[in-house]
Write a protein that binds this ligand. Structure first.
Ligand code: NAI
Ligand code: MG
Length: 504
């Protein structure tokens, strides 16, 4: 496996990106860019080189307090509390237009900050974020209640008029991860804004840059001060303060299941509402009657897309016994062809992992799998000693009980196991603490639907994988989370239902 790491320093940045990187990066509180209360900053690294590319103001509890105050004021008394739903929708749409006008800059920023190939950010991350904002802009005018006929048996002969309305839940704290930094900001901000909430957003410490640039566009679009506040900082300080704050009505989190549980505990203080999108260990099932021409590249994409740093990655591949060798060989061939390199190199197909911490974590899992007796058909190691590159890896001779089959690796590592019977398959596919996604490859449509209904997962892809749309809800069963992002369902996270009853 070769990679062209040394070219990173030669790659010319877009002039907007280089000037953005040079500016001081502050916190957005009440429509103003300010330094952190403690005056501190933290470094942001280019994962292709391990070099620091920017310093960002480090928000802590005091900044979170100020941001929540601004969000509360904007929610209760600011122009946002009086704005028409139509104007709310227009502002969100305008933000989408601004993002589109700066698509290239965002693609580059995302690539240098997260490590992902710029070509992927250009066709997936940024356009999906734009589309999400447009989809949610449309919802602003369509968040409706209902009129409800009621009988009230203990008040005979009486008449009532009863209706429900959906109101914004209030001040929302949003804590997001680093795997799709801009897109995760959009998934969270879009529905909260459509519902009329005000927000304190904490981007991941590894990748705060696109959220900060998005903050500039939010100001430019004309959102009133305090509606969106952005506080970069670490999880244990800024994130924990946001999750625990007594004046936050709701916290929305995407990240590890471990931290998801901490968020639930922190939220208990004032019983704020919680939605969580957490880890996964998704089964991807290939039947012998599938079209292998699409199933094999599909299975490779299911794990290798975004370097396996997807909560829904198809990381457990189950293949019907009679085609096992052929599929393993096919997926390995696909993995071997992937060109690994810095995200900004236009020929790169897979970039580095996001951080040295993730590199250690993924390499730790590789060692664990190999030492427990798994065999790497391809990959199994770090590439080079600069940047956080890991080889696309296919592990066989694994057992259902191994750590690499049970735990989320969050890297380009797939385990492949054979199956014979459908009943056995369903139980091993569901043998996980997670329930985020699953894939099924078969030409037998009845079998596909039958198995889809038996899988305990929030999304089931049939003859495809990693298909996302702003209209399609996404989220998990079991320890993959609470609630759904995207689609109409996402609005439930950000609204309270009020029943109003009038005696006539
Ligand atoms: P993490 O869960 O620690 O980080 C996600 C976000 O939570 C970040 O913004 C972080 O600052 C914040 N955070 C961390 N500790 C917090 C706390 N005590 N209170 C409030 N916020 C806190 O995830 P990390 O450490 O970056 O990655 C570890 C593993 O988590 C990965 O290997 C992967 O398995 C999983 N993960 C899952 C993601 C998903 O999309 N569901 C995304 C990122 C990571
Ligand atoms: Mg963590």
């Amino acid at each position: 496996m070769t990679a062209t790491f040394d070219r990173t320093s030669e790659i010319q940045l877009n002039s907007q990106v280089s000037s953005f990187l040079k500016q001081p990066k502050k916190l957005l509180i009440n429509g103003k860019w300010v330094d952190a209360a403690n005056g501190k900053t933290f470094p942001v690294y280019n994962p292709a080189t391990g070099e620091a590319i920017a310093q960002v103001a480090e928000g802590t509890a005091e900044d979170i307090n100020q941001a929540i105050k601004a969000a509360r004021q904007a929610f209760e008394n600011g122009p946002w509390s009086r704005i028409t739903v139509s104007d709310r929708g227009k502002l969100i749409w305008k933000l989408a237009d601004l993002l589109e006008a700066n698509l290239e800059e965002f693609a580059e920023l995302e690539s240098i900050d997260n490590g992902k190939p710029i070509g992927v950010a250009r066709v997936a991350d940024v356009p999906l974020a734009i589309d999400l904002f447009r989809y949610m802009a449309g919802w602003a005018t369509k968040i409706e209640g209902s009129t409800i006929p009621i009988s009230v048996p203990y008040d005979p002969g009486s008449k009532y008029f009863a209706y429900t309305q959906r109101e914004p839940v209030g001040v929302v704290g949003q804590i997001i991860p680093w795997n799709f930094p801009l897109l995760m900001a959009a998934w969270k901000l879009g529905p909260a804004l459509a519902a009329g909430c005000t927000i304190v957003l904490k981007p991941a410490e590894q990748t705060p840059l696109s959220a900060l640039r998005l903050g500039e566009l939010i100001c430019e679009a004309g959102f009133p001060d305090g509606v969106v506040n952005i506080i970069p900082g670490y999880g244990e300080t800024a994130g924990a303060a946001l999750a625990a704050h007594p004046d936050v009505d709701k916290v929305a989190f995407t990240g590890s299941t471990e931290v998801g549980k901490l968020i639930v505990q922190a939220a208990a203080g004032n019983l704020k509402k919680v939605s969580l999108e957490l880890g996964g260990k998704s089964p991807n099932i290939v039947f012998k009657d599938s079209d292998l021409e699409t199933a094999i590249p599909g299975a490779a994409n299911a794990i290798f897309f975004n370097h396996g740093q997807c909560c829904c990655a198809g990381s457990r591949l189950y293949v019907e016994q009679s085609i096992f060798d052929r599929v393993v060989e096919g997926v390995a061939e696909q993995g071997k062809k992937i060109k690994v390199g810095p995200g900004l190199d236009p020929t790169t197909q897979m970039g580095p992992l996001v951080s040295d911490e993730q590199l250690d974590r993924v390499c730790g899992y590789l060692q664990s799998g190999l030492s427990e007796g798994a065999t790497a058909v391809i990959g199994g190691q770090r590439i080079g000693d600069k940047g956080y590159f890991v080889e696309p890896t296919v592990l066989v001779n694994t057992k259902q009980t191994m750590k690499v089959v049970q735990e989320e690796i969050f890297g380009p590592v797939v385990t492949v196991l054979p199956f014979q019977e459908i009943d056995e398959l369903v139980s091993i596919a569901n043998d996980t603490i997670y329930g985020l996604a699953a894939g099924i490859w078969t030409k037998d449509i009845a079998k596909a639907h039958n198995i889809a209904s038996k899988l305990r997962a929030g999304t089931v892809w049939i003859n495809c994988y990693n298909i996302f749309d702003a209209a399609l809800p996404f989220g998990g069963y079991k320890q993959s989370g609470w609630g759904r992002d995207m689609g109409r369902e996402a609005l439930e996270n950000y609204t309270e239902v009020k029943s109003v009853c009038v005696r006539l």
